[in-house]
Ligand binder design. Structure first.
Ligand code: HAM
Length: 417
């Protein structure tokens, strides 16, 4: 029996991978304009890294990690996200000697969630992290970058939701108020939330169980409990976002599924997705570097879900340069073929050479099945004329075209449809 893939793990096939590459390349070249450089982080880390950063009482750490012992018996985990690894590398590689580090990354993440549309067990993220700057301007500029990125790809109709989760000075008092509220509704909360109520009451606001959603209606709002500094920070983020011309909604129930956040958090959702509608999310995490043993370093970052972004974009958003097929007819055309095909590729045109040496009819059929828009035929007659027969497969027309200038003519015809 043939072996199948693992549930929740996808193959990104050739029809889609070109779009994915474009999504990644557009991200990295745009992020570069804002001063970001790529960091490549490992896929596997010590389990402790994720427990200490994402939080012991989050769903990710409690239920969703791919954790296994290595051959020595040490606990390892397939990364469920990238921020923890970036922070680990930042501390370990002493990147904090620079005043600010702006790092971006892409790659697969792993979470043992129930697979559905837009939710997989292996999924890809594009992430960006600014380490070492506490300014609200950083939050707003990074969000501006993200929105410009979506605009560059042609993404429409996304909604930016923001919140502030306060800081170590003001969150404890909010937690107390929330705890008081939750104690009165405890009988309606799910088992999980009841268990976590003492350690992490905020999780109840993020719980998707209908009972918890209902029980937390009217819960105290964090934005009413912010200290002066957090309040000022939040106000400045909001006014900077308005300066950039971005609409946003304040959602004071948005607590995020990871525990490392402080102050600004956000989610960008799209109506084009189903229930898994967050296409990107992130926020400020001012204590994480210190908690993981580094110097006091305020940070802000985000991650985009690649599969969800591709779903929002749909298949029409990206059209790769179409393939042309080159058919040399007869041994005498070998030398000229090498030069012509090389020149076409050097000018950026994708060409597949047909080596089959069967009849022209069957070679034309093959080119058609490969989806070729243009076919170039080089036979003895064309060789004598230093030309090729250029066949437009869509229009059904053909003409004799000189080798000299073939690249520009083909490029022109490929784009002028
Ligand atoms: P997150 O909200 O857990 O945040 O994930 C970010 C994005 O990854 C989500 O908005 C979603 O698009 C995508 N995503 C998450 N889980 C799945 C899944 N199972 N299948 C498909 N896509 C998924 C983080 O991971 C933080 N590290 C973001 C961050 C960076 N915060 C600060 N810096």
């Amino acid at each position: 029996m043939a072996i199948t893939s693992i549930r929740g793990f996808n193959d990104i096939l050739p029809g889609t991978s070109g779009q994915w590459r474009w999504i990644e390349e557009t991200a990295f070249s745009l992020f570069g304009l804002y001063g970001f450089s790529e960091i490549r982080i490992p896929v596997v880390e010590k389990t402790e890294l994720f427990c200490r950063s994402i939080g012991e009482t989050t769903d990710i750490v409690e239920k969703e990690m791919y954790t296994f012992p290595d051959r020595r018996g040490d606990s390892m985990t397939l990364r469920p996200e990238g921020t923890a690894s970036v922070v680990r590398a930042y501390i370990e590689r002493k990147l904090y000697t620079a005043p600010v580090s702006k790092l971006c990354y892409t790659g697969p993440m792993f979470r043992y969630e129930r697979p559905q549309k837009g939710r997989y067990r292996q999924f890809y993220q594009i992430g960006a992290e600014v380490l070492g700057d506490p300014s609200p301007g950083v939050d707003a500029e990074t969000l501006e970058m993200l929105m410009r990125y979506f605009a560059a790809l042609g993404v429409e109709g996304v909604e930016l939701k923001i919140n502030s989760l306060g800081c170590a000075a003001c969150r404890p008092a909010y937690k107390e108020r929330l705890l008081g509220f939750l104690k009165n509704t405890e009988d309606r909360l799910c088992e999980n939330c009841v268990r976590r109520i003492g350690t992490n009451p905020l999780r109840a606001l993020d719980c998707k169980s209908p009972g918890c959603i209902e029980a937390t209606v009217g819960a105290p709002e964090i934005t009413d409990c912010l200290c002066g500094k957090c309040n000022t920070h939040f106000e400045e983020v909001k006014s900077a976002l308005s300066l950039y011309g971005h609409d946003f909604i304040v959602d004071s129930r948005m607590v995020r599924g990871l525990d490392y956040y402080s102050r600004t958090t956000f989610e960008i959702t799209s109506g084009a997705l189903g229930s898994q509608n967050a296409v990107a999310a992130g926020g400020r995490y001012d204590s994480l570097v210190k908690e993981l043993g580094g110097p006091d370093t305020p940070c802000f970052g985000f991650a985009i879900g690649m599969e969800r972004l591709a779903l929002v974009l749909g298949t029409d958003s990206f059209s790769p340069t179409e393939l042309s097929v080159f058919i040399p007819m007869g041994a005498g055309t070998k030398e000229a073929s090498v030069g012509i095909v090389r020149a076409l590729r050097e000018s950026g045109l994708p060409v597949a050479e047909d080596f089959s040496e069967t009849s022209l009819k069957s070679r034309m059929k093959r080119a058609d099945r490969l989806g070729a828009r243009f076919v170039m035929i080089l036979g003895a007659d064309e060789l004598a004329e230093e030309s090729v027969t250029l066949k437009d497969m869509a229009a059904g027309t053909q003409d004799l075209v000189k080798w000299n200038g073939l690249e520009s003519l083909l490029a022109e015809r490929l784009t002028s449809r």
